[in-house]
Design a binder for this molecule. Structure first.
Ligand SMILES: Nc1ncnc2c1ncn2[C@@H]1O[C@H](COP(=O)(O)OP(=O)(O)OP(=O)(O)O)[C@@H](O)[C@H]1O
Ligand SMILES: [Mg+2]
Length: 231
């Protein structure tokens, strides 16, 4: 079958000249300085850069968790800049899955409940979603720990649960901020394998922030952030 490529509908994330600064006692700190960025459906990109170069700030802005001071952001061609917090929150749950360095699982919930929490926030709990949560946990190798309290899981296990949680709402886009930063080398490699495999299997677009050059090479495109700009 012939597929149309390079259709503008395939651009699921677009940033135009994004700028972000934070107030500080010594005056405004300019963290992002004119970021232009496009991501296609199913494409994976890694971002490296020295500590403080603005990688986490960029992911927060791309996800709408932080608002840029200047520039424009589009999700799936829809303009995001200027939207209300409630619009952002409802769209984000359907559109973006996150994986953070420090997992951020809810400590009072078990593995399965943590994955379902993502769906609960999106208002989508039903038996299909429960089946998907279990299947995702099986897929990340956590099928034997479904009802284990998240506080009793190892770091690698927590991050596997976090990967399943990121995918529960079937978002087209996954943002991962140093997802292996807290893990030892072997565990980090296993989690990274899983994240890249799953993103591929489920045809997700992936933005991966990592300090590890070997991991960065495994995405289709590699970017480096320096002083709040891509170099
Ligand atoms: N809310 C904030 N208020 C003030 N300054 C901030 C805020 N968030 C980030 N910064 C500053 O912005 C700069 C970029 O921070 P950011 O967390 O984006 O860096 P990073 O590239 O993710 O670094 P790392 O590799 O250490 O995680 C830093 O100098 C930081 O101090
Ligand atoms: Mg960071």
């Amino acid at each position: 079958m012939h597929c149309v490529v390079n259709n503008s509908n395939d651009i699921i994330l677009e940033a135009k000249q994004l700028g972000k600064s934070f107030p500080s006692p010594d005056g405004a700190i300019s963290v992002l300085n004119g970021i232009d960025f496009e991501l296609r459906r199913g494409e994976s990109v890694s971002i490296r850069g020295e500590s403080g170069s603005g990688k986490s700030t960029l992911l927060n802005v791309l996800s709408g968790l932080e608002t840029a001071n200047t520039g424009e952001l589009f999700w799936n061609g829809q303009k995001v800049s200027g939207r209300s917090l409630s619009w952002l929150a409802s769209q984000r749950t359907a559109y973006i899955g996150f994986v953070f360095q420090s997992y951020y699982l809810a400590p009072e919930l078990n593995a399965l409940e943590n994955v379902l929490l993502g769906a609960r926030i999106a208002g989508r709990i039903n038996s299909t979603v429960k089946d998907r949560a279990e299947a995702l946990l099986q897929r990340v190798g956590m099928g034997h720990r479904l009802r284990h309290s998240s506080t009793k899981l190892s770091g690698g296990e927590r991050q596997r649960v976090a990967v399943a949680r990121a995918l529960i709402n079937d978002p087209p886009l996954v943002l991962a901020d140093e997802p292996t930063g807290n893990l030892d080398e072997a565990t980090g490699l296993a989690v990274m394998d899983l994240l890249l495999e799953l993103a591929g299997e489920e045809a997700k677009s992936l933005v991966l922030v990592t300090h590890n050059p070997e991991f960065a090479k495994r995405t289709q495109r590699q970017l480096t952030l320096h002083l709040g700009q891509f170099s």
